[in-house]
Design a protein around this ligand. Structure first.
Ligand SMILES: [Zn+2]
Length: 316
């Protein structure tokens, strides 16, 4: 046994569109062990994906010589939409082979009733930021994923705010430019279609006439001084700033924490976001608001799922 028998251990499952990771973590945010599977292993299609997840958990526990009896709960962070109460993944656009998957009951049946909790990735990361990252000590802040899509996890008065239908924080689909670029959701001019990593990549593909250009490549070219790439990034940052300005006017927050692309794109991007926010909000609302990159570091997605596993304490 690698860990003291009295240590409290949690299984954290991060399910994404291209890969899934299972980690063994502790309440103080230590990831002790981690295994990964990719979509090509069968993750993209339910029910085959269920076997992939169970195999991951088996490898995780076997590899770290940890007995199931030492695990307190399983936390799952997954792209939405999902029903956290029922523990059902509905129809995530990044996992088209998953439709109304009863993930909670599936895992609880497999693992002797071990409590399993499910949350969308934006909410899960907001809770992790609140515990260990850029949201520590704050009562009112938002975490914005800025990866393939844009979603917001809202911590209001100290608690995660889900809304009536668990759809709060779908800021990525607030219309910022009426009749603007088409969004994957079917509408036009959504924030996600203007400022996400996916949108930056698509704008880059058009500008360079090269479909293989991704958001990451645009960011790298901007960092190397390419003016076309810089223009695309600044455009994305401007619209993100408008989205955040609207969010601040709605919710009166202390801080906005930015993930993925926004964190990775660096200083110039953040500067443009901050300037746009400040010139599009009342100073009484934004003068002491900080807009900062994620404070969770490279393990943010694993920590997000771990934070969900830890939220089992709220149920006991
Ligand atoms: Zn949309």
């Amino acid at each position: 046994v690698l860990f003291p028998v009295d240590s409290e251990l949690y299984v954290a499952l991060d399910i994404g569109g291209t890969k899934c990771a299972a980690s063994l973590g502790t309440a103080d945010a230590k990831i002790l062990s981690r295994v990964e599977a990719s979509t090509s292993d069968g993750l993209d299609e339910w029910p085959a994906a269920g076997d992939v997840l169970c195999d991951l958990i088996y490898r995780l526990l076997e590899g770290s010589k940890t007995q199931l009896s030492l695990i307190k709960s399983i936390g799952v962070s997954c792209g939405g939409p999902l029903d956290p109460t029922a523990g059902t993944v509905l129809n995530p656009p990044n996992l088209p082979g998953w439709k109304n998957v009863p993930l909670k009951s599936f895992l609880e049946a497999k693992y002797q009733g071990l409590p399993t909790l499910l949350e969308n990735d934006a909410n899960a990361t907001a809770l992790a930021e609140q515990r260990w990252g850029a949201g520590v000590g704050l009562k009112d802040f938002a975490y914005l994923t800025c990866g393939t899509g844009i979603g917001a996890g809202l911590i209001l008065s100290g608690h995660l705010y889900r809304g009536k239908r668990d759809l709060a924080g779908e800021l990525g689909h607030a219309v910022i430019v009426p009749n603007g670029p088409e969004c994957l959701c079917g509408k036009r001019g959504c924030l996600e279609a203007l400022s996400s990593g996916g949108a930056i990549g698509r704008a880059g593909a058009v500008a360079y006439g090269d479909l293989s250009v991704t958001g990451k490549i645009v960011i790298e070219r901007a960092a190397a001084g390419d003016s076309v790439a810089t223009g695309i990034l600044m455009n994305a940052a401007f619209y993100l700033g408008i989205g955040i300005a609207n969010l601040l006017h709605t919710l009166d927050l202390q801080r906005v924490v930015l993930g993925s692309v926004a964190a990775y794109a660096g200083g110039l991007f953040l500067k443009e976001v901050r300037e746009t926010v400040s010139s599009n909000t009342w100073s009484s609302i934004c003068h002491d608001v900080s807009i900062v990159p994620s404070g969770l570091g490279p393990q943010s997605q694993d920590l997000a799922a771990l934070a969900i596993a830890l939220s089992v304490e709220d149920l006991l």
